[in-house]
Design a protein around this ligand. Structure first.
Ligand code: URA
Length: 234
């Protein structure tokens, strides 16, 4: 059960005060009966309408975005464009934020949600959810680099979790890397240790859920429950 003013504010992206005003003016009905106050509790099966138009309601949303270069993975970019700014207005919700960060110049799979508990559960360091990246480097990746990644490298005095590397281009400058943790600039720093510079970095999968390759850079779509489960499955 959710408060009516919360539903209106979340779905219509308005303040609770504006939602209460709407109710006061008699514009809102629940199951066809005009609502009297914002604190009525509404069940999932109840039909909420504003000015006679039904509004759909889901407690939380989960959105897959193909992040383009040049936008920040945050809800407040302090003047810079963020992934939240790219969500189209009909998908906007209060409290939407990216669950996990990609660097400004990294592209690919970003999950946006307003479900703090879910985000926390997939980001918890103890969860070790796989994140798969396609990495382009300025020089070929050698077998020593691959070995160091796979054995759990030491980076600035810290022992990292084992990471998989698979070379996927003939000239060995493009590879697929699977990380099980998310340290600051992790992939760039791991390659830097071996004198390699990351030229392009794209996240292509979270857990077992691949980025939908029909999404153009900057586009997004809702995820289904099955897809969410794939993020968390090993
Ligand atoms: N590793 C990086 O260096 N940058 C990212 O954006 C993600 C992983």
């Amino acid at each position: 059960m959710t408060r009516l003013d919360k539903i209106l504010s979340t779905q219509l992206n308005i303040s609770r005060t504006d939602a209460k005003q709407m109710i006061k003016k008699g514009r809102v009905s629940v199951n066809g009966i005009p609502a009297k106050s914002g604190d009525v509790k509404v069940a999932d099966a109840d039909i909420v309408a504003v000015d006679g138009n039904e509004i759909s309601y889901s407690r939380f949303v989960y959105i897959m975005m193909n992040k383009p270069k040049g936008v920040i993975s945050a809800s407040d970019g302090k003047g810079e464009k963020t992934v939240v700014d790219l969500v189209p207005s009909d998908m906007q919700r209060r409290g939407l934020f990216p669950a996990g960060r990609l660097d400004k110049d990294t592209t690919g799979f970003v999950l946006l949600t307003d479900d703090g508990e879910f985000a926390h559960s997939i980001l918890a360091p103890s969860r070790h959810i796989d994140k798969t990246y396609v990495v382009t480097l300025d020089k070929p990746v050698t077998s020593e680099v691959v070995q160091d990644f796979r054995s759990g490298m030491e980076l600035n005095g810290e022992r990292l979790l084992q990471a998989d590397v698979e070379i996927i281009s003939e000239d060995a400058t493009v590879c697929r890397v699977v990380l099980r943790q998310g340290l600051y600039h992790q992939i760039k720093r791991m390659f830097k240790k071996h004198g390699l510079t990351v030229v392009e970095l794209k996240r292509v999968k979270m857990g077992n859920l691949p980025l939908d390759d029909s999404l153009l850079p900057g586009e997004c779509r809702y995820l289904s429950q099955n897809e969410l489960d794939l993020i968390c499955s090993k």
